[in-house]
Write a protein that binds this ligand. Structure first.
Ligand SMILES: Nc1ncnc2c1ncn2[C@@H]1O[C@H](COP(=O)(O)OP(=O)(O)O)[C@@H](O)[C@H]1O
Ligand SMILES: O=c1ccn([C@@H]2O[C@H](COP(=O)(O)OP(=O)(O)O)[C@@H](O)[C@H]2O)c(=O)[nH]1
Length: 236
């Protein structure tokens, strides 16, 4: 089936520099060009970007100096920084992009609302969805599935640093085997940490396919959209 509307989930770390600095402009430009190329091919594109390159609420609160809800607010703010950086880079690549945030900050970007979001997509703007779900104790993976469901996207494309879903974390277990395809139930029952359980469960309820692929190769977004890239599909 030809994808008409896709939601791309980018982990915040996709923007980080090799030395660990939170933002690497050359990497940001390459990503933006890939997203712009996908948009030019006629697919409507929504993007959810994480904030893990700046802050992860659970990790900060575990250190004990700040409570989880506050640390998660900081994480959500980090996603807004990443989102407006990506918006600028996509605009610079020659495709118009709009950021909408689940956390209202009207002097910086629009506040997320479903109907105006659908309007942006229909007009051909790349829609960047900032602020996660707007609630603590959630992740941007769950936000990605939530927005994909409400905006009626055909697929969630999880662009990450591994080339698919494995039987265990391939960075920790060298014997882990890669799936070409698995079900949401298998991902949940196997406690496969490529996405959190809430995200897999919501995708299962919404009947959404998730395609997991590596963003390391330039052009991988268009390749996967065209059904050619190396990826794992999570589907019923
Ligand atoms: N079963 C699994 N299959 C593939 N990757 C996994 C699995 N379990 C954990 N991972 C890890 O998930 C990470 C990718 O998830 P992602 O959400 O993009 O990054 P992060 O969680 O660091 O923000 C990879 O670095 C990989 O090591
Ligand atoms: O709906 C959400 C989405 C994100 N976050 C916070 O924002 C941080 C960054 O998001 P995430 O960890 O999903 O980013 P990624 O791993 O994709 O870079 C999380 O750790 C949470 O602290 C949150 O509180 N609610």
């Amino acid at each position: 089936m030809q994808t008409k509307r896709a939601l791309i989930k980018l982990s915040g770390e996709a923007l980080a520099a090799p030395d660990g600095y939170w933002l690497h402009p050359p990497t940001l430009s390459t990503l933006a060009e890939d997203i712009a190329a996908a948009a030019r091919s006629g697919v409507e594109i929504a993007v959810v970007i994480g904030g893990g390159n700046v802050i992860r609420g659970a990790r900060v609160s575990a250190a004990g100096w700040i409570d989880r809800a506050t640390a998660d607010s900081m994480g959500m703010l980090a996603t807004v920084m990443n989102s407006i950086a990506l918006e600028s880079a996509i605009n610079a690549a020659g495709v118009s992009a709009r950021t909408m945030s689940a956390v209202s900050m009207p002097t910086i970007c629009e506040t997320y609302a479903r109907q105006p979001a659908l309007h942006h997509l229909a007009r051909g703007h790349v829609l960047i969805l900032a602020g996660g779900t707007g609630n603590p104790f959630f992740t941007t993976d769950t936000a990605a599935v939530l927005r994909a469901a409400e905006l009626k996207c055909d697929t969630v494309m999880k662009a990450t640093n591994v080339d698919g879903v494995y039987t265990a974390d391939p960075k920790k277990d060298p014997t882990a085997r890669r799936y070409d395809r698995l079900t949401h139930d298998e991902a949940i029952q196997g406690n496969l940490k490529i996405m959190d359980t809430a995200a897999f469960a919501l995708a299962r309820e919404a009947g959404l396919h998730i395609v997991v692929f590596s963003i390391q190769e330039k052009g991988s977004i268009s390749a996967v959209l065209g059904g050619q890239g190396r990826a794992t599909t999570v589907a019923p």
